[in-house]
Design a protein. Structure first.
Length: 749
């Protein structure tokens, strides 16, 4: 979502004044709470307000400086902690953050929940399709990128002086934690920086993000194992084996049965609850359940929270609106609290000790050299050029949130000392701040390839399109030829764009059938079987659900329409009414649906046999938005079925030849731009189209005349609804509807 530009320019004085004001308010409240009842709750509330306010202000400042806002939230904790405020004004710092177990437990509880929610969010940001695209290269980068810095960190941990260890007898566990903290790139930080540098859609940007995804997944498995060892206090072969087997079984179950179960639960909650935010509650319950599951098998809860996020992010019902609601809750409240608390725990004044400062520099060097070297080697192993591998080395050297989470848990478990925690936080901040300028410099040295430029143009077009932003389809149909034809077209679109479909069967006979009735079978044939002419043979099955309809169909459509659909396909026995309008039931259905709808009418061979055969599509265009949407729908359908498309432009200007001419007259600048736009759109999606131009006749005559030529068997026509009680799309659509010898799909904007 595009950021709204601020109405005011950045002003450090304003930010500082607001922060000081919040601290003075905190002082007054803290001093006044001496004899007041419920003083711990007052101080707890004060802590939350101060962390959110200062974290938001510094996060905004960092964002305007082209740095991740998370770093500002971490700096907020550092400034409010012993590193600055406790150093220059200790009374104020202790008043706001008193050193009492009761007070610390309250804010720590929020912080620990924040860890799980941050991991849920990190998992949701993982796009497994990106990993599949660049799998080999990303796998090499992630394996080398984890192994090399892990070895550096582990070796450094084994030679640490005893005075910096929390327990000299647990050196091995501390070394494992240090190696883990140095080895993993933060997917949240990496993806945010790649997006902000406008590299997210470039090949190298996708490799960087995919590598960070694999690293994060591998990293949290390693971290879970390390936590298990830390909790046992020693490396017990039996407990480690149990944890490994339990983790393997958990992952296998999660990505098979769990994937379907999570998708079903989210869809069920979205479609059956009428109270507010049911999907958010369901997501939080899923996260908690999976976190408890990993705890029961002897692995830390962080793995369950992370994997739940991956599965939730893969759910087809997770709409942008729901996703933004959840992210808003986490980003506005839990993130500033957690990162603020992490900053509070770091005491940078300890780095005044020359030995600790040298150790911090050694950790930063080991992390940077190890990560850069590992990613560079992985890139070369994956077949990249030296310049491309250089970009990967720069891009993967960002830690941030992941390391802070690891260090926070390690500190709470007693396997990291306060000084080691501070050093790891300093390393995370340093590498994250250095990554954007290094990545920007390296990326400028790698020009775009021709294939990459073409893909970027296609994706930019899809981002602004109607069809490729559809998230869910609704189908109202029966077993009539029109209903089965509508189901077939909906199935092609669902399969091409990986969309879930909900079917509302019209007839009583259809309602009594199992979910394998004819309408669903038609969808499955269109989506999965290569026998219908589909050029895709991977047999990807659409997610199709059939609803039981026990109320008037318009009421069912209104009820379903509230659940978040972007397009309604309608296939009824006889959609045509009198005077060019639609039949009354179609008018009632359309009135109840708030989004665009597509009405199918089977003619000719489709009336006799709706399922088999290849489509040959005619798309009339005139420069309107609804006509372009129809062209997009035709292109998506043609891609799935390898169908042919003819784009017809009807000019209102007189032909240069003077007669009722066909193609051959030169188009003016606007007309040519309209035609070229659709031709280019088809080319970006690997579809070829034929073009036709008609002049000096009415649009209806041009469309009907072109429909009778060649082997065309369906018209995709974009239309606009006219005012009135009955559904009417205008005289041109009415004439085509009345006299067309081939099938029609009206797409209403």
């Amino acid at each position: 979502m595009k950021k709204r530009p601020s109405a005011f320019p950045p002003h450090p004085g304003r930010l500082g004044a607001a922060a000081v004001g919040a601290l003075l308010l905190g002082t007054s409240a803290a001093r006044a709470q001496g004899g007041a009842a419920g003083s711990s709750e007052v101080v707890f509330l004060l802590q939350l307000v101060v962390l959110m306010l200062v974290g938001r202000l510094l996060g905004e400042a960092m964002y305007r400086l082209k740095q991740p806002s998370i770093m500002g939230q971490l700096f907020a904790g550092i400034l409010l902690g012993p590193s600055l405020l406790g150093w220059i004004w200790p009374d104020l710092q202790h008043a706001i953050f008193p050193d009492s177990n009761e007070q610390r437990a309250m804010i720590d509880a929020i912080s620990q929940l924040g860890i799980l929610l941050l991991l849920l969010l990190s998992g949701m940001e993982i796009d497994l399709q990106v990993v599949r695209k660049v799998g080999r290269t990303a796998l090499g980068v992630s394996v080398f990128g984890v192994a090399v810095p892990f070895a550096c960190g582990f070796a450094l941990g084994m030679f640490l002086p005893e005075r910096i260890l929390p327990d000299a007898g647990k050196r091995l566990i501390t070394a494992l934690f240090l190696g883990t903290a140095l080895s993993i790139s933060s997917i949240k930080i990496v993806s945010a920086i790649v997006r902000e540098l406008d590299l997210a859609r470039r090949n190298l940007g996708q490799i960087i993000v995919a590598s960070a995804i694999i690293e994060d997944t591998l990293g949290w498995i390693i971290i879970a194992m390390t936590f298990g060892i830390a909790q046992a206090g020693t490396i017990d072969l039996a407990s480690v084996t149990k944890s490994l087997i339990g983790t393997a079984l958990f992952l296998a179950a999660s990505f098979t049965v769990g994937r379907r179960a999570v998708s079903h639960l989210i869809r069920w909650a979205n479609d059956n609850f009428e109270s507010e935010f049911p999907v958010i509650t369901t997501i939080l319950i899923i996260m908690g359940g999976m976190a408890l599951t990993t705890w029961l098998i002897g692995v830390n809860t962080v793995l369950g929270a992370f994997i739940s996020g991956v599965l939730i992010g893969e759910s087809p019902i997770l709409t942008r609106h729901i996703d933004e609601q959840l992210r808003g809750l986490i980003a506005a409240f839990f993130m500033p609290i957690f990162f603020g608390m992490a900053g509070l725990r770091a005491d940078l004044t300890a780095l005044k000790d020359p030995a600790l400062l040298l150790l911090a520099l050694a950790v930063i060097a080991a992390a940077s050299i190890g990560k850069f070297g590992g990613a560079f080697l992985g890139g070369k192993f994956g077949g990249l050029t030296p310049r491309e591998a250089l970009v990967l080395g720069c891009g993967m050297n960002a830690r941030g949130s992941t390391e802070v989470i690891v260090a926070s848990i390690g500190l709470s478990m007693g396997v990291l000392s306060q000084n080691l925690f501070t050093i790891i936080v300093a390393m995370a901040v340093t590498t994250t701040m250095a990554m954007p300028p290094m990545l920007r410099w390296a990326a400028r040295r790698v020009p775009l390839r021709k294939s990459e430029r073409r893909r970027l143009a296609r994706e930019e077009s899809e981002a602004e399109s109607f069809v490729w932003n559809i998230e869910r389809l609704l189908l109202v149909a029966d077993d009539s030829p029109n209903g089965r034809f509508a189901a077939r077209l909906a199935g092609h679109l669902a399969a091409e764009c990986a969309l879930p479909v909900t079917v509302l069967p019209l007839s009583g006979e259809q309602r009594e059938r199992e979910p394998g009735g004819n309408t669903v079978t038609t969808l499955d044939v269109a989506a999965d079987q290569p026998g219908d002419g589909s050029k895709k043979s991977d047999k990807t099955r659409s997610d199709v659900q059939v609803r039981t309809v026990d109320v008037p169909i318009e009421e069912a459509v209104r009820s379903e329409g509230r659940k978040g659909y972007d397009l309604l396909f309608v296939g009824v026995p006889e959609p045509k009414g009198r005077g060019g309008a639609f039949e009354e039931s179609v008018s009632r259905i359309s009135a109840m649906f708030p989004a665009p709808l597509a009405i199918a009418a089977a003619r000719g061979t489709h009336h006799e046999r709706p399922e088999p055969g290849r489509l040959s599509i005619l798309v009339p265009i005139n420069g309107t938005e609804v006509a372009r949407r129809a062209a997009e729908l035709a292109i998506a359908t043609a891609r799935r079925q390898d169908a042919s498309i003819t784009v017809l432009y009807v000019s209102n200007r007189k032909s240069a030849r003077g007669g009722g001419g066909r193609a051959g007259r030169r188009l003016d600048q606007f007309e040519q731009a309209v035609v070229d736009d659709v031709v280019d759109l088809a080319a970006r999606h690997d579809c070829k189209v034929k073009t036709a131009v008609r002049a000096d006749i009415t649009p209806a005559q041009a469309i009907l005349g072109e429909a009778k030529r060649g082997s065309r068997n369906v018209i995709f026509m974009g239309v606009s609804r006219r005012p009135g009680d009955k559904l009417f799309f205008g005289d041109t659509a009415a004439a085509v509807f009345d006299r067309s010898p081939i099938s029609i799909l009206f797409l209403s904007g």
